[in-house]
Design a protein around this ligand. Structure first.
Ligand code: R5P
Length: 296
């Protein structure tokens, strides 16, 4: 079999090139032109090898899923037999049930769409709340969900902060606990009640935050309201410094301004989604997992 080629859409060039370099494979871009009406013209590498690794995060998913569909359906007839999708951020995982009659269970629908499109899927800290395994959402033998927690924990260890880690809600317990274990940090979890996209109530656990450096840890910052409200509560409780550390810096419109307005000190993220807050590169971890799978 010929050497695989790594490719990506234009917004994810640098992380994809880092992955290609770690794997020792070549990189070539997928090009996408957006027409004024929102349609895409997508161009893939010509004469592709039989195995393509597409390294592409799926933030802004409604555009990127279409771009991926067009790219992969162009690569297949050109001789590509195996498509490995490395999507460090996997979209549509949060809507995992119909909360009201008639709602689409997006996790299942998009998961099945991807399973039909690619042969392997690697992602990081997928938001799996009511399901245990990624295969339940994306029915592929090689649907692999990695954790950025060890890398996030190592990052914190390099900073002499002696932090208290706080997950803003029960779903974040897994990340708070795993990151804390890396550095032996104190950790706790708050309670969150969400009544709308922008209306969030946070109740802090009954511990002493006075003069503590608190690092809020979560899988995702989206609107920023979860971490903004947690910051306000921590300020009232006397925390001396409040930072946040997340895997996926989705940071929807206005989120960064909101977090700065409430006075959060630092925002750190992995490069699962390209953003100026990226301080942790995931390429080493991803390359090692891909090599393990490809060797098996
Ligand atoms: C929810 O369960 C997630 O873990 C995040 O806490 C949430 O998605 C963050 O959303 P936002 O930034 O919009 O409050």
């Amino acid at each position: 079999m010929s050497t695989p080629l790594v490719t990506s859409l234009p917004d994810y060039t640098e992380p994809a090139q880092r992955l290609a370099s770690d794997l020792g494979y070549n990189y070539q871009p997928i090009r996408a032109h957006r027409f004024p009406d929102g349609e895409y013209r997508v161009s893939v590498p010509t004469q592709p090898p039989s195995h393509i690794i597409i390294c592409q995060s799926l933030d802004h998913p409604n555009d990127k899923l279409i771009e991926l569909l067009l790219a992969i359906q162009t690569l297949r007839p050109a001789g590509v037999k195996r498509v490995s999708l490395v999507a460090p951020y996997l979209c549509y995982m949060r809507q995992d049930k119909a909360f009201h009659p008639g709602e689409a269970i997006s996790q299942q629908i998009i998961g099945h769409f991807l399973a039909d499109l690619v042969d392997d899927l690697f992602t990081v800290d997928a938001h799996l709340h009511r399901v245990d395994m990624l295969q339940q959402a994306v029915p592929l033998k090689n649907a692999i969900n990695l954790s950025a927690a060890p890398a996030l924990g190592e990052f914190l260890l390099q900073h002499d902060l002696h932090p208290l880690l706080l997950g803003p809600d029960s779903e974040s317990q897994q990340w708070a606990q795993q990151i804390a274990e890396v550095g032996g940090f104190d950790w706790a979890v708050a309670n969150k009640q969400r009544s709308s996209d922008v209306d969030v109530r946070i109740t802090l656990p009954n511990i002493d935050f006075q003069n503590r450096v608190v690092v809020l840890v979560d899988d995702v910052i989206s609107s920023g309201h979860t971490l903004a409200q947690a910051t306000r509560e921590l300020q009232k409780a006397g925390a001396s410094k409040i930072c946040c550390l997340v895997t996926h810096a989705l940071l929807a419109d206005g989120a960064l301004d909101l977090l700065h307005q409430v006075g959060i000190n630092d925002i750190w993220s992995s490069d699962s989604i390209s953003h100026p807050s990226n301080v942790i590169h995931l390429a080493d971890m991803l390359a090692s997992e891909l090599q393990t799978l490809f060797r098996s």
